[in-house]
Design a protein around this ligand. Structure first.
Ligand code: NAP
Length: 222
């Protein structure tokens, strides 16, 4: 039977490419998009697509019934935004809320709904974080809101691993990738990043539980 993956945030960028590659590899792919037009486009590319706005608690609360009866091998939470607000300008609550709701609250709300659908012992729950969430690797203050949100989502991953010891829960850095977010000057093509992430997620061992991992398989310091 085909393995089943749920990709949260697949309208474009890394999520779209992961959906494409998993489908091509023979997986049963369920994918979400924020906008209805993107869901329609996804429906022709994957096995099932539905709308999900991870920053909208009402939308995220529909995940459990949308997925009722599904058994999943892998969930990849990809949806995320960046904010390049400079540290020297006082941040508004609106900007703080927007990025924290998207990059952190959405993951926190989705996890308890999707974790019970993953196969005990074998299921993988991967969150696309960023190396910019590493406390140890931080030597500049650029994009501080994004850094704060990714450091916070890393704690969500560690907490989720403690909550669901039968699953493998990981925070992954996809590399610096040529997408709308990464920009055209980024180091990695999106197809290479997605291929690296697929290889990594496919080879996870018990020792990877709760880890923060680069797309090349190396460990990232928290
Ligand atoms: N690109 C890089 O260099 C890089 C590096 C490190 C980490 N990452 C992380 O990798 C992930 C994907 O990034 P990307 O480069 O593919 O970015 P992207 O091209 O900007 O795509 C972002 C994706 O997230 C979705 N999204 C944003 N807000 C959402 C919401 N409220 N509800 C549902 N979906 C939402 C977008 O959907 P819409 O089309 O509807 O907006 C889109 O599918 C992000 O978490 C990002 O932080 C990227």
């Amino acid at each position: 039977m085909a393995k089943k993956v749920l990709i949260l945030g697949a309208s474009r960028g890394i999520g779209r490419e992961l959906a494409r590659q998993y489908k091509q590899a023979g997986w049963h792919v369920i994918a979400t998009g924020r906008l209805v037009a993107d869901v329609h486009a996804l429906q022709s590319e994957v096995d099932r697509a539905f709308a999900l706005d991870v920053a909208d608690p009402a939308s995220v609360s529909s995940l459990a019934w949308q997925l009722d009866g599904e058994t999943l091998d892998l969930v990849v939470h990809v949806a995320g935004i960046i904010d390049r607000h400079p540290f020297s300008d006082p941040v508004t609550q609106e900007r703080f809320d927007r990025i924290m709701h998207t990059n952190v609250l959405g993951v926190l709300q989705a996890m308890p709904q999707v974790a019970p659908l993953l196969k005990p012992g074998a299921g993988v729950l991967a969150v696309i974080s960023s190396i910019m969430g590493s406390l140890e690797r931080t030597v500049t203050a650029d994009s501080v809101l994004y850094r704060v949100s990714k450091a916070a989502v890393n704690m969500v991953v560690r907490s989720a691993q403690a909550q669901y010891p039968d699953l493998t829960v990981v925070a992954l850095h996809p590399g610096w990738v040529r997408t709308d977010m990464g920009g055209s000057g980024a180091a990695l093509d999106v197809s290479d990043s997605a291929a690296h992430l697929r290889r990594l997620m496919g080879g996870l061992k018990p020792s990877h539980k709760g880890q923060y991992i680069n797309h090349d398989g190396s460990a990232i310091p928290w």
